[in-house]
Design a protein around this ligand. Structure first.
Ligand SMILES: *[C@@H]1O[C@H](CO)[C@@H](O)[C@H](O)[C@H]1NC(C)=O
Ligand SMILES: *[C@@H]1O[C@H](CO)[C@@H](O)[C@H](O)[C@H]1NC(C)=O
Ligand SMILES: *[C@@H]1O[C@H](CO)[C@@H](O)[C@H](O)[C@H]1NC(C)=O
Length: 302
């Protein structure tokens, strides 16, 4: 995800690839309907046959994991991979799409399990829902307090991480900015992304699960509780209790309280506490946008 090649010009995925993906999903949907009809005439499978075929939920639904910058991108990537590997999915079953698309980052647009970064919005949710057709989609999106996202982004980039991230060009500029100026810069650059996150997740939808960043990162207890609910939502009775245990065990590798990150994608608390003091001095119009995002997502607004 975070490759050394990030400084290269982005390779933009042609729109036609995504149109093709939509068409393929429709034909999957037809096959799904046919599969549902066929067993009525076919003899029922024997118990041993059922047991010997591990279920592959991604043949039943389209799975999409969604994250936005500084709202748990790495956590979501780890969760998606550990869950679907535990269920026996191959690498080719898993695709990645991000905006912008850094070299080599976007792969397998037609794969049934997707990880989408910095691009999901209300409109994209509608498109994905239509593309999934009769199969239905199951989306997990991680949602974080929008003001914490900009505070965290300032601290992260100001200390020199991801210097060539296209959202904050020209490079080095953010390292030179103090907290007041830098927070405003980050809040402006991230506005479209945070607006999209808000539009996608402000209203509940029964094919979408909100993973609450604050809960899933608070403690291992919070992590297990959130991830347990998420697993029930994703698979319901499509997996066996034994598979569920394997999935839950595998997800623990993504819990930063059990396994503190080697590369530090977090921030030091001291920086965030300092920078948070500058939130009220953001230009009033910009601040009111962020306050409205907070409100729409159910966060307390001072
Ligand atoms: C926001 O959503 C719109 C509509 O889906 C999309 O065109 C745009 O690229 C998205 N931008 C970001 C930064 O997510
Ligand atoms: C969501 O609700 C709609 C309308 O009530 C229903 O048709 C659909 O099956 C539900 N989907 C899920 C995943 O529960
Ligand atoms: C649980 O996960 C760890 C790796 O995270 C693995 O080594 C272990 O074998 C797993 N245990 C079970 C019972 O699946």
């Amino acid at each position: 995800m975070q490759t050394a090649a990030r400084w290269l010009l982005p390779w933009l995925l042609p729109y036609s690839a995504w149109t093709r993906a939509a068409i393929t999903e429709e034909s999957h949907a037809l096959n799904f309907v046919q599969r549902k009809v066929l067993p009525r005439v076919a003899p029922p499978p024997t118990l041993s046959a059922v047991q010997s075929v591990p279920s592959q939920p991604w043949l039943m639904h389209k799975y999409i994991f969604v994250a936005h910058h500084k709202a748990g991108v790495f956590l979501m990537g780890d969760l998606k991979t550990s869950i679907f590997r535990a269920l026996g999915a191959a690498e080719s079953d898993m695709g990645v799409w991000s905006q912008p698309c850094y070299p080599g980052e976007c792969v397998s647009p037609e794969a049934p399990i997707q990880f989408w970064m910095d691009l999901y919005s209300y409109e994209r949710a509608q498109e994905a829902r239509e593309a999934a057709g009769a199969k239905g989609m199951r989306v997990v999106g991680i949602v974080r307090d929008p003001v914490s996202m900009i505070v965290s982004a300032y601290c992260y980039h100001h200390r020199g991480e991801e210097l060539y991230n296209l959202m904050f060009l020209p490079e080095l500029i953010l390292q030179l900015m103090g907290p007041k100026e830098g927070l405003k810069f980050v809040a402006e650059r991230m506005l479209p992304l945070v607006a999209n996150m808000t539009s996608a997740f402000e209203l509940p939808s029964n094919d979408t699960f909100h993973l609450v960043y604050e809960k899933v990162t608070s403690s291992s207890v919070g992590f297990d509780q959130q991830v347990g609910e998420m697993t029930s939502f994703l698979f319901q009775d499509l997996i066996t209790p034994a598979q569920r245990s394997q999935v839950l065990n595998a997800t623990q590798s993504a819990d930063l309280h059990r396994h503190p990150a080697v590369g530090n994608h977090g921030n030091d608390q001291e920086c965030e506490d300092q920078v948070r003091k500058y939130v009220p001095s953001l230009p009033p119009e910009l601040l009111s946008r962020y306050r409205s995002f907070q409100e729409r997502l159910g966060y307390a607004v001072p």
